[in-house]
Design a protein around this ligand. Structure first.
Ligand code: TRP
Length: 329
């Protein structure tokens, strides 16, 4: 089983797509495994404390998965909060997770470090959801007996923590949880953002995945370039525009563009070409995304049907786990 989720804490951008979503969708296609994709809405609650924003972001993740080609009849597609067994398991696992293990989790540690830098209390701004985030993620993974968890690089430690917690439980009660492995797509380029640094919400340099064409063009026009004149030869290797172009153009187009760079291409022209291939690639999913966002009741229906499928697995397995612990269920 392949399991992966996305937390609704911001607008999905091209970096998320190329780095994590696309590889996850491709892995499921080639592996022949059953796969589960979900909206990690309760993970989003660690950050988003505004009802309307929370609702829109959650629907946004669901619509994104579907727009990019998830077929809810082929895979298990659900919203985390519709599967209550995850939360029961969350508590059980928290009784097998040492506090020290969670002290070492990167996201929490980074917050503590920042607080120290600013001479604040070390736990300033840290809610318990942030601290125990990896336990809930372990429940997501272990409840569905995932052997493979496709994630972006920043999430590998969380999968290792899930493994550690599973081992602690298995050590006491015998083989119960499958030990999951993470899968980070090797060779995928780190997608540069508008300023050339890694595209990331925290750098404020992103291109939203489903941006409207006019705004998309505007963002592309903002991409940083040097001041070489149009006719001067350009180095494709160091060009943000070319790195982005490669992700969305066909191999023949990439080859041609490579030659044009060496011969000399104006940045304005290069930006126009980039917009062309990006928009061509995104047009169809964007339309589907907009359609879905306009009918949340349709999304709810799909998600609830998916949750039923998920619970057909989670209810019996959670029972098995509880019996081992000593519950009479
Ligand atoms: N923590 C992941 C992220 O921020 C989202 C997530 C939650 C997840 N539960 C998961 C990913 C289980 C894989 C498996 O991207």
């Amino acid at each position: 089983m392949i399991v992966t989720g996305i937390k609704p804490t911001g607008q999905i951008h091209l970096g998320n797509y190329i780095g994590a979503i696309k590889p996850a969708l491709e892995l499921a296609k080639i592996s022949g495994y059953q796969s589960a994709y979900f909206v990690a809405d309760f993970h989003g609650l660690t950050k988003i404390h505004h009802a309307e924003e929370f609702r829109q972001l959650s629907y946004g993740i669901a619509a994104t998965w579907l727009a990019l080609g998830i077929d809810p009849d082929q895979v298990i597609f659900y919203r985390q909060s519709d599967v209550p067994e995850i939360f029961e398991l969350n508590w059980i696992l928290s009784c097998f997770a040492s506090k020290g293990l969670l002290n070492r989790a990167h996201a929490y540690k980074a917050m503590v470090e920042t607080n120290k830098e600013f001479n604040r209390d070390v736990d300033f701004g840290v809610n318990m959801g942030i601290f125990t985030y990896p336990i809930l993620m372990a429940a997501d993974i272990l409840l569905f007996k995932a052997n493979t968890v496709p994630v972006g690089k920043d999430q590998t430690q969380h999968v290792e923590i899930a493994r550690d917690i599973a081992e602690s439980f298995n050590h006491v009660y015998g083989d119960t949880f499958l030990l999951p492995d993470y899968k980070v797509q090797e060779g995928t380029a780190v997608l540069p953002g508008l300023d050339g640094r890694k595209m990331s919400k925290s750098y404020n340099n992103t291109i939203p995945l489903f941006e409207e064409p006019k705004k998309l063009q505007k963002l592309i026009n903002r991409i940083k370039t040097d001041s070489l004149p149009p006719e001067a030869p350009k180095d494709p290797k160091t060009s943000i525009l070319f790195t982005l172009y490669k992700e969305f153009a066909s191999p023949i187009e990439v080859e041609r563009m490579h030659e044009q760079y060496l011969r000399g291409i104006g940045w304005g022209e290069a930006k126009k070409e980039l917009f062309h291939v990006m928009n061509r690639y995104l047009e169809e999913p964007r339309e589907k995304y907009n359609e879905l966002m306009a009918s949340p009741e349709k999304l709810d229906k799909i998600l609830l049907k998916g949750a039923e499928k998920a619970r057909a697995l989670s209810i019996p397995f959670l029972k098995e786990v509880k019996r081992k612990i000593g519950f009479n269920v």
